[in-house]
Design a protein around this ligand. Sequence first.
Ligand SMILES: NC(=O)C1=CN([C@@H]2O[C@H](COP(=O)(O)OP(=O)(O)OC[C@H]3O[C@@H](n4cnc5c(N)ncnc54)[C@H](OP(=O)(O)O)[C@@H]3O)[C@@H](O)[C@H]2O)C=CC1
Ligand SMILES: C[C@H](CCC(=O)NCCS(=O)(=O)O)[C@H]1CC[C@H]2[C@@H]3C(=O)C[C@@H]4C[C@H](O)CC[C@]4(C)[C@H]3CC[C@]12C
Length: 503
Amino acid sequence: MLKGKRVIVTGASTGIGEQIAYHLARMGSHILITARTEAKLQKVVERCLELGAASARYVSGTMEDMAFAQHVVREAHTSLGGLDMLILNHVGASYFGFFDGDVEHVRKLLEINFLSYVAMTTSALPMLKESEGSIVVVSSMAESAVRAAAEVLRERPAPRDECALEILKGAALRRRELYYRYSSTRLPLLLRDCAADLLDYLVRSRGMGLFLKIFIPLLGGLLAFYFYSAPQSFNEGMLRGKRVIVTGASSGIGEQMAYHLARMETHLLLTARTEAKLQKVVERCLELGAASAHYISGSMENPSFPEVVVKEAETSWGGLDMLILNHIGYSGSSGFNFFDGNVGQVRKLMETNFISYVAMTTLALPMLKESDGSIVVVSSMAGKAGSPFAASYSATKFALDGFFSSLRHEFVMDKVNVSITLCILGYINTESAVRAVSHVIQGTPAPKEECALEIIKAGALRQRELHYPPWVVSAVVLLRGIAPEFLDSITRSWYNVENLRRS
Ligand SMILES: NC(=O)C1=CN([C@@H]2O[C@H](COP(=O)(O)OP(=O)(O)OC[C@H]3O[C@@H](n4cnc5c(N)ncnc54)[C@H](OP(=O)(O)O)[C@@H]3O)[C@@H](O)[C@H]2O)C=CC1
Ligand SMILES: C[C@H](CCC(=O)NCCS(=O)(=O)O)[C@H]1CC[C@H]2[C@@H]3C(=O)C[C@@H]4C[C@H](O)CC[C@]4(C)[C@H]3CC[C@]12C
């Protein structure tokens, strides 16, 4: 099937990428490989030619540089005259250990492991459309590096040549997703969707081998426990006098959270860009009974703004009990629409919707540790299952899940008593969401006032995740686990594509 096909393989100087190149060579493909180290690439190319590749060449450089990503694709155009398959496999140097608050490193990894993938895809798309080709993205079972490492440390790693072959088979058959070593990748993911707390516990305590042995008998019992156990109850006094930061509080769900928290007599520090709106929200909060309320205006697109906000809390309160991260940036000139290939826009949205969340958390952590406080992260259904016309936004929300679900493990393992609540929201009737999607989506949005209250309750109760509206979101999360293709087709049926104004 792959004989004579023109294939780019990134990260091919070692590991799985190298093995993919050798399999392609045996199949008689034309191969263009990339990585940073020229000497290693040279050897891989030589071996590919020995193994029977129709042709083999390399380009060396770093994927930290977007121009390099585009250069590789141009090279395929010049030397291969087109492209049938793009295999994105490279990964930047990550460290394995507790997160040390190095936000710059997160930015760098995002550049190498994510933005360069988007850049290469965008550049290669005309050639791939021409050949009706394929894109293969090599990812990890773990939304958390810790989870992946726990796997590796407690079990023998699977052989990379077999893994490489399975990837190629999946790609040639144009499969939507491939789970290599099905029982230790797919089943844990399924369990995450059905009983996430149990999976978190198993990953931290005994490893996946034991988990697999007890999976079947335990699942039934746990599901029963999950659905019938009485939840701890919330009372408004729980938050009286607490010091809370709410970001994105000038409108929508953030504004409503501020009003609920004001009624609960908390101390509030609100942020967003628009000073005039924040002023009004603060006035209303004081009328509603806030113990104190003030604001600080600025943009989370500015890397130094998180520090300004956290410093303000430190100066005025000397501590912090709850950090509610809720703001989102505008998704670009095209807004809610087909992805237009603008990588700069994706980077900008990552800075606002993801990196600033990491920075705020890092800076606020000493105060939150001191108070045994809580972090509340507002995410979306689009951060659990891909969402059309919101590709960049969706990526930022997936990133939040990856980062904060990993950090939660580390807090538990390191005995840090700071809770992390990830809020997975469906369609909510805020002005901006309704303006963006009401002409394309028929469904009735859920009320922002109730949504805001549910987020606060979940944070106060230190819940791991909130699903709101509960049934829609839980159904989507479950279907994503057990029947992803079915979910894809339902998702597409929600949208009136003909009403989209293509930009
Ligand atoms: N509404 C919905 O259907 C859904 C919403 N969500 C999530 O809920 C949260 C709130 O959404 P929603 O209330 O609808 O959004 P809104 O657009 O109503 O509010 C967004 C807030 O973020 C602020 N903001 C925008 N850009 C920046 C920036 N660059 N720096 C700092 N603040 C900024 C805005 O104020 P200003 O413009 O003054 O800066 C505003 O206060 C988001 O995390 C969103 O992803 C999730 C799923 C569905
Ligand atoms: C369309 C998604 C919700 C799908 C849904 O609820 N369908 C109805 C089910 S029913 O038929 O059983 O009733 C929306 C889920 C999350 C939304 C997006 C989001 O996360 C907020 C963004 C905020 C921004 O203001 C613009 C709009 C959003 C991209 C928004 C778009 C709609 C969702 C994808």
